[in-house]
Ligand binder design. Structure first.
Ligand code: ADP
Length: 162
């Protein structure tokens, strides 16, 4: 049986921190499905189609990584994908409370999945999509934090806003 992990999130946009977690995940699982949550209360900069296409471009040379969207409960999506685990990244203590709540709620909803937390390289622990959006909006250089395709998309997005 293939061991598939679902890596859910908003990915608005995908960063080197997310990619670090995917790469680490691939050392444990046979395959990772990056899953963009459609039912999120978050207002996003990039549309679902844009985020899907950006992630697809960024992971295209990686083996055993798929990109999908899902709506409804994560545990139901994971079941449909025949996954065995949910993968999440933990950067610092401030992530812990929310992640702990989600993992325990998901376990209440379905006992068949474990949530696995991985820590990124410490150089990415301060990195999140929201800070990247802010830096890009103010014209800062994001190239150390996101892949070139994402830097380009951010520049385009904020140029077309002006
Ligand atoms: P969500 O809205 O579900 O938090 P995100 O795209 O912000 O979606 O994050 C998805 C997952 O990736 C979360 O588990 C988050 O902790 C993790 N993550 C985000 N940025 C990083 C990073 N720089 N390093 C490691 N994990 C990260």
């Amino acid at each position: 049986m293939k061991r598939i992990a679902i890596y859910p999130g908003t990915f608005d946009p995908i960063t080197y921190g997310h990619l670090d977690i995917i790469k680490r995940g691939l050392t444990i699982f046979d395959s990772i499905t990056v899953a963009i949550a459609l039912d999120t209360p978050k207002q996003t900069l990039f549309s679902v189609e844009e985020r899907l296409s950006l992630i697809q471009k960024v992971v295209r040379r990686m083996k055993n990584v798929e990109v999908k969207t899902f709506s409804g409960l994560l545990v139901q999506f994971a079941k449909r994908q025949h996954a065995c685990a949910i993968l999440r990244g933990l950067r610092e203590v401030s992530d812990f409370e929310y992640e702990f709540q989600m993992a325990l709620m998901n376990r209440r909803l379905s006992k068949r999945f474990e949530t696995v937390f991985l820590m990124p390289n410490e150089k990415y622990t301060f990195l999140n999509s929201s800070i990247i959006r802010q830096v890009a909006q103010l014209g800062g250089d994001t190239s150390d934090f996101v892949p070139p395709e994402v830097t380009k998309a951010l520049q385009y997005k904020f140029q077309s806003e002006k």
